[in-house]
Design a protein around this ligand. Structure first.
Ligand SMILES: Nc1ncnc2c1ncn2[C@@H]1O[C@H](COP(=O)(O)OP(=O)(O)OP(=O)(O)O)[C@@H](O)[C@H]1O
Ligand SMILES: [Mg+2]
Length: 268
């Protein structure tokens, strides 16, 4: 399908959990790439019980890139979340924000490589967890290459909704400057609040593409690596979001001037 970038503003935690939920539930082969310049969570969180070297992942790929060896090292560094099927793969992020500067020269080549993975054999979708946009060293080349940029948002109060506007404005401005239509932006709502999805779309001038429920049990298991018990509401909605994301991207590709609202997947 495509390269999907996830980011957020302050006050709306849940992007990494959503990225992992998508990776664990989507039907198409998928790779989760932890691109957050503030550091990845997988090795200490969901994969915390597996004892793996702390530098496994993106940093090794960036170092290989200096030797023009990015593609080979990329496949070496991946962790199979669904072993041995290689259908759900993950590239852990950096272990410290101090390593973020090292990634800067690699972002353009990594972004180009990731956007081509849908044409690999087998083809992979890529979910790039880009962290909060407020951090320095944001992976801009990934936003430029992404078929869809989803901005996570918890619609619980004005305090959580308001910070999303400057993030969307910055993304729009940057895409336009890079000569890319800014319609590739969509919202990923997490939980519910006083603002309904339609109201948020109107206020933020951006379509809601995915709506995930607030589900503490499942989210905690995804963050800490415990057993997934209970209703797994979050995973069920994450699974059904695949169709909505696919529809939005298909609409974007056929009509590059507008992001379809038809694909929005709402809770309830
Ligand atoms: N859908 C959800 N329902 C309930 N709790 C959630 C949900 N998603 C995330 N959380 C909780 O919010 C916290 C932060 O989640 P997560 O790490 O996904 O946020 P983030 O946006 O990636 O944060 P950061 O900016 O630090 O990377 C965790 O404690 C997690 O369990
Ligand atoms: Mg995160």
């Amino acid at each position: 399908m495509a390269l999907i970038a996830l980011t957020s503003a302050k006050g709306s935690p849940g992007a990494s959990t959503a990225a992992l939920a998508f990776t664990l539930t989507w039907k198409n082969p998928i790779v989760l790439v932890e691109c957050d310049p503030a550091g990845g969570d997988l090795l200490s969180g969901y994969l915390g019980r597996l004892e793996m070297p702390a530098d496994r992942g993106l940093l090794q790929v960036a170092m290989a890139d200096t030797r023009n060896n990015l593609p080979d090292e990329f496949w070496n560094q991946l962790i199979d979340l669904d072993s041995p099927h290689r259908k759900r793969l993950a590239l852990p992020g950096i272990s410290s924000p101090s390593q973020a500067n090292t990634l800067r020269p690699t972002w353009p080549r990594l972004a180009a490589f990731l956007s081509g993975l849908e044409y690999a054999q087998p083809g992979y979708d890529v979910i790039a967890d880009c962290g909060r946009l407020a951090t320095t060293h944001a992976p801009w080349p990934l936003f430029h290459r992404a078929d869809l940029v989803l901005v996570a948002l918890r619609p619980t109060s004005l305090r959580t909704v308001a910070p999303v506007w400057p993030v969307l404005s910055e993304l729009r401005r940057d895409l336009v400057e890079a000569g890319i239509p800014p319609h590739r932006l969509g919202l990923l709502l997490i939980g519910s609040g006083p603002y309904k999805p339609r109201e948020i779309e109107e206020r933020l001038q951006c379509p809601v593409v995915v709506h995930l429920p607030f589900d503490t049990k499942t989210a905690t298991a995804l963050c800490q690596g415990g057993r997934l018990k209970g209703s797994r509401d979050l995973l069920r909605h994450a699974a059904s979001a695949e169709a909505a994301v696919r529809e939005s991207i298909a609409a974007l590709r056929s009509q590059p001037s507008a992001l379809s609202q038809a694909g929005a997947s709402h809770v309830g």
